[in-house]
Design a protein around this ligand. Structure first.
Ligand code: UDP
Ligand code: MG
Length: 328
């Protein structure tokens, strides 16, 4: 009998939770020799999500919920679920039923065939704006170019089944600025991609907008590659060489033809170009500095306020063992 935990991060999902549990249970009940548990992580929702979760966990023995002390973001919420998950494997899925639960059977099949990380790869990006698609393409292209040691998986989200080995590996990475998609790739192990089509949201609203996606992309870049810094060095060298050549030209011209005061446009162009390049370089250094700033504080990734009705502060380092013993 395999034990699998399904981790579900929830932020303002009161409309879908009641739908989520029966839909998924109906699907996974048909998988032979498998016992499923659920961990819902309430990521500081402002609506009735927590009440829904309380009711659900009271009614069903296989449901646990964690409630974080505030909104920490999906990446942190997932980590909380992963830290508290028990069993031989973990499945991460969104609460909004955009991830079809029918796929779980196939994931389990591949997992039993020996794969450690079975991830769902979206086959279409319909229903997304052209701008979003172009940006996604640019991001993947840049990541592919920059990170030489391993390749970021394309069009693969957080919907995946992870073997206990991957989970233990992920738990070792306590970085604050989490880019989970990169972390999944980083840990390695045997990966299998299975295609799926993203479903429309069952209810509620997406919380991602252009800027949050841009921020996520920046986080991904700065936490997984220092190539932009290297690029700035090259740009600096190129610009300096160009400046040197131009200086010689100006000097020679002044010596040969005298020095008539002119060249305002040239001066402006050079100044603006250099100014722009410097600001860009500073900005990129600043991004990395920001990462270092956040990481050096070593704050916990999340704080748990409540577990199944118990109100206490839990962090990953302080998961109460007697509690786990009681549950088993
Ligand atoms: N989510 C979360 N914390 C947040 C934002 C989102 O836990 O701060 C959860 C959300 O409840 C959902 C999943 O992450 O289960 C994906 O979010 P959403 O559907 O808004 O994103 P999209 O599917 O549009 O990428
Ligand atoms: Mg969604």
């Amino acid at each position: 009998m395999d034990n699998i935990t399904i981790v579900v991060p929830c932020y303002n999902e009161q409309e879908v939770i009641d739908l989520f549990y029966p839909t998924v249970t109906e699907c996974v009940d048909q998988i032979p020799d498998c016992k499923f548990r659920y961990i819902f992580v309430n990521d500081g929702s402002r609506d009735g999500t927590l009440e829904k979760l309380r009711t659900l966990s009271a009614a069903h023995e296989d449901v646990t919920y964690l409630s974080l002390s505030r909104n920490f973001g999906k990446e942190s919420a997932m980590m909380a679920g992963i830290d508290f998950a028990e069993g031989d494997a973990v499945i991460i899925m969104d609460a909004d039923l955009q991830h079809p639960p029918q796929l779980i059977a196939e994931m389990v099949k591949w997992w039993r065939a020996g794969y450690d990380d079975v991830c769902a790869k979206r086959t279409d990006r319909h229903g997304e704006t052209r701008l979003k698609r172009t940006c996604a393409n640019l991001f993947y292209a840049a990541m592919k170019k920059f990170s030489t040691s391993y390749e970021m998986q394309r069009d693969v989200g957080d919907f995946r089944l992870l073997d206990r080995r991957c989970i233990e590996a992920l738990k070792l990475m306590r970085e604050n600025q989490r880019f989970t998609k990169g972390l999944f790739t980083w840990v390695g192990f045997r990966k299998k991609e299975i295609p799926f089509e993203v479903q429309p949201r069952a209810a509620g609203q997406t919380t991602w907008n252009f800027f949050s996606l841009f921020n996520l992309a920046m986080k991904g870049m700065t936490s997984f590659t220092t190539a932009p810094l290297r690029m700035m060095t090259f740009l600096g060298i190129t610009v300096s060489c160009g400046a040197m050549v131009y200086m010689l030209i100006v000097l020679a011209r002044a010596l040969l033809y005298g020095d008539p005061v002119a060249g305002y446009p040239t001066l402006m162009t050079v100044m603006l170009f250099l100014g722009g390049t410097q600001l860009l370089a500073l900005g990129i250094i600043g991004e990395y500095l920001g990462q270092i700033f956040h990481e050096t504080k070593h704050r916990p990734i999340y704080l748990v306020d409540e577990i199944d009705g118990d109100r206490m502060i839990y962090t990953a380092e302080r998961i109460p063992t007697e509690r786990n013993a009681r549950r088993r």
